[in-house]
Design a protein around this ligand. Structure first.
Ligand SMILES: [Zn+2]
Length: 314
């Protein structure tokens, strides 16, 4: 498998002399389930940012990722109101977030029957309007030491005294559209610190001054990454099948290297225009134009794409 970063300006991300590259090749092994894990993505992104900072420090960098679960995954203990109980936990059953237990080297632990071992961790702190951290658990010197406070207490500490008496959640977690104070879950869900939870990927990039965008989920015809990938795949399929590792590696790299920069630019342009349509840019004229063109189109046809290429306001 291969992971890399690609830009419409430079093609695949590497140092100007090509000696340092953000490309990562790896073999799908059983204990990695064959997929890039969140930690791998963080490491690869760091590698890319190191190249950007070292060789292109005078440019503004925006990393665009596919809308994949591994990219968007929040930390296990990130703030989330979804499963919180309203009342304070009982000593025999303290509330926490269930996570997969890991060994010292970070690998998942399995029980003798082959099932993943689960363990409970505390949810991270909230952030009060005052800028002060709010632990969701009572302190050591409290009569309910270390127990989960429960939503009612958490809301009271945030000044929602009356609201803390509301029901836990609206039926099926389906609050009325636009409602923000209908139930305990909804109030917390709309609190700035609960809204602002970012994925470790976004946090890592932001700390280093690199902006992050996620592509919309659908319409791979307009997804820059999918388009480059698709181009390479068409070439890959022309190679004879092989089980030899050296062949496999060559068969993966050659097609990827053969995507012309010109095509990358065309894909990127479409993608960028499309992202504007989703309101990621401030191009209102384009947004208005596109939504009119798209009305009633659930599938973007080739003809419609040509129209975008040809007519979209520049
Ligand atoms: Zn509600």
């Amino acid at each position: 498998m291969v992971a890399n970063f690609v830009s419409a300006d430079y093609g695949y991300l590497c140092s100007p002399d090509g000696s340092e590259s953000s490309q990562v090749l790896f073999r799908a092994s059983k204990n990695k389930e064959g997929y890039f894990m969140n930690e791998d993505i963080l490491m690869d992104t760091q590698k890319a940012m190191d190249i950007l900072n070292k060789f292109y420090p005078n440019e503004e960098h925006v990393l665009v990722f596919n809308n994949a679960t591994t990219h968007l995954k929040r930390a296990d203990n990130a703030l989330s109101a979804r499963k919180m109980p309203k009342g304070t936990s009982k000593p025999e059953k303290n509330w926490g977030v269930e996570v997969t237990a890991t060994a010292a080297d970070g690998s998942a632990l399995y029980d003798p029957g082959g099932k993943l071992v689960k363990t409970k961790v505390r949810m991270g702190d909230g952030l009060l309007a005052s800028g002060e951290a709010q632990s969701l658990y009572f302190p050591q010197d409290h009569k309910d030491a270390r127990l989960f406070k429960g939503m009612a207490v958490i809301l009271c500490e945030r000044g929602f005294i009356e609201e803390s008496k509301l029901h836990v959640e609206c039926k099926g977690f389906k609050c009325l559209p636009g409602a923000t104070t209908c139930c305990c879950h909804c109030i917390l869900f709309n609190q700035p610190d609960f809204v602002a939870v970012k994925s470790p990927l976004e946090i890592t990039c932001k700390l280093q001054g690199v902006k992050v965008l996620f592509l919309p989920k659908f319409h791979c015809e307009l997804n820059f990454i999918e388009q480059c990938w698709g181009y390479a795949k068409r070439i890959y399929r022309e190679f004879p099948a092989s089980f030899k590792e050296a062949d496999l590696e060559k068969n993966v790299i050659t097609p990827l290297d053969s995507v012309p920069l010109e095509s990358m630019r065309r894909y990127a342009w479409r993608s960028w225009r499309f992202m504007m349509f989703y309101g990621w840019g401030l191009d209102r004229k384009l947004a208005a134009w596109t939504s009119k063109k798209y009305q009633g189109h659930h599938v973007i046809t080739e003809a419609l794409m040509e129209t975008i290429d040809r007519e979209a306001p520049k």
